[in-house]
Design a protein around this ligand. Structure first.
Ligand code: SF4
Length: 482
């Protein structure tokens, strides 16, 4: 049935369902579900999920043990899954649950242990907040919060989505859990063309999801919606032909109708501009147009974000020989707050824009100012190369230097770092360091670095910087990773 036909049908059914009451909200109805549509959607989705759901470790734990253990296991998985792919999370989750199987165990860990365990997962504040929640639960003064509202109110760092996911999966509360996957599925299924990154649109999608949720199996329904978004209705390559709710997907239908119209090389009068209904807060704004070639990928729509800022930092990997001929590396601990808080890193300093054409000199200055070392005291100084690491809001390039020293002479300024230590390569493997620093450290073993050695241990020509082009070629990335 065409979209125009659907609208007519929805008008008619809506009148019947509301016993002839006003249909002036018909535009919005296109973005919501009639009860008969919701029933069909739930049935198709839950049947598909029963047959196709992935065997994930947190799904087994969610139905085992005491209520408190179940809350804990679902909470840990949901927090880890925010911003991180399932495949990455699985190993971290299993290791975490083996180490700290209960709230009490996690509450007793040190922040350093939590950081070490979280190392490589990204968005490090999540681990810290999980531990804060565990400490709160361990006080035993609050009992087990058993609704989404209570979970959100009593546990630090637990937001609306996480609270709803836990409450629906563990306690069977009829509340929707709307994450990026669900926003994508519903935006496509209900042709929501408004900017999906605004609070207004997200709140409206929560309302739609709350109406759509299966009243008998809300937890399973929420999991199924997320699973659908993760494996079928994916961001860039949705598998519409395998989708269990395709028969009622408006984005899919309108795409097919348009394709048909294009094939017949004539305008199809049966295709209304459904995305641009004036006055509807969920429709595509009237002044904007769909890119027909994108099909269902037109949804969800996101407003233009500010592009990530570019930042260049110099990093010094400084090593020394221990008395028993082992090698140790100098590391410093970042401040408690802010990006990569509490993680260890090699001394790393953002190059001010006005020094970008002399990063090499800046690197030397930093050695002197921060570590009390004159660069001529550093043996075998090398430029190892550069590493690109993308944070959500920063495109960060690390220009990495390496050198051998006897000892770091001065204490670091306390404002910039919390602590310092020398660690071995083995200790580095399990230390609380970011993925970016692991990439930096990997440069030491990279073939590119090895070839530098073979080619005569090219030393940094600090005093010979004559023009920018020479510097540019000198700092040309030799090993760029994403
Ligand atoms: Fe997503 Fe395609 Fe399914 Fe629609 S039919 S919900 S666009 S996968």
């Amino acid at each position: 049935m065409s979209i125009a036909g659907q609208v007519k049908k929805r008008k008619r059914i809506s009148k019947e369902e509301s016993d002839g009451s006003s249909t002036e909200k018909i535009n919005h109805l296109l973005h919501s579900y009639l009860e008969c549509e919701a029933v069909e959607f739930r049935k198709n989705l839950l049947e598909w999920f029963t047959k196709n759901k992935r065997d994930l470790p947190w799904r087994q734990r969610a139905v085992q043990g005491s209520l408190e253990e179940r809350v804990y296991s679902v909470l840990v998985s949901e927090v880890m899954l925010q911003q991180t792919q399932v495949n990455t999370v699985i190993a971290y989750y299993q290791k975490w649950m083996a180490q700290w199987p209960t709230f009490g165990d996690l509450a007793g860990a040190t922040p350093e242990q939590v950081n070490e365990m979280w190392s490589g997962l990204g968005y490090y504040a999540r681990g810290k907040r999980l531990q804060e929640a565990a400490k709160e639960m361990s006080k035993k003064t609050i009992g087990i919060p058993c609704s989404a509202a209570e979970l959100q109110k009593s546990l630090p760092g637990v937001g609306r989505y996480t609270a709803s996911a836990v409450a629906s999966i563990v306690f069977g509360e009829k509340v929707a859990a709307v994450d990026g996957n669900v926003i994508r599925v519903l935006s496509r299924h209900r042709v929501i063309g408004a900017d999906s990154s605004t609070n207004n649109t997200v709140n409206e999608i929560w309302k739609i999801a709350d109406d759509l949720i299966d009243p008998q199996e809300p937890g399973k329904f929420n999991e199924a919606m997320m699973e659908l978004g993760a494996v079928v209705c994916t961001p860039k390559a949705p598998k519409c032909s395998e989708c269990p709710v395709r028969s009622s997907c408006l984005a899919y239908k309108s795409t097919k109708v348009r394709e048909k119209a294009q094939l017949s090389l004539k305008c199809n009068p049966d295709v209304p501009d459904i995305e641009s209904v004036p006055g509807c807060s969920l429709c595509l704004p009237v002044e904007e147009q769909l890119d027909i070639s994108l099909g269902v990928l037109n949804y969800p729509r996101k407003g233009k974000k500010a592009p990530p800022r570019k930042q260049v930092s110099v990093v010094w990997i400084l090593q020394k020989c221990t008395s028993d001929d082992d090698v140790e590396y100098f590391m410093v601990k970042r401040p408690d707050k802010g990006l990569l808080g509490n993680l260890w890193e090699f001394p790393c300093h953002v190059v001010p824009p006005e020094r970008l054409t002399s990063k090499e000199v800046y690197a030397d200055d930093i050695l002197k100012e921060q570590h009390g070392i004159d660069v001529f005291e550093v043996q075998s100084t090398k430029l190892l190369g550069s590493v690109l690491h993308e944070f959500s809001h920063i495109h960060q390039t690390y220009v990495v230097f390496h050198g051998k020293v006897e000892e770091i002479k001065s204490l670091l300024t306390s404002e910039q770092y919390q602590a310092q230590q020398w660690i071995s390569k083995t200790q580095f493997e399990t230390a609380a360091v970011s993925t970016a620093m692991r990439k930096v450290f990997a440069l030491l073993d990279s073939p590119c670095h090895q070839s530098n050695k073979i080619l005569g241990k090219r030393r940094i020509e600090r005093k010979k910087i004559k023009n920018n082009s020479m510097i540019t070629s000198f700092f040309k990335p030799k090993n760029t990773e994403k």
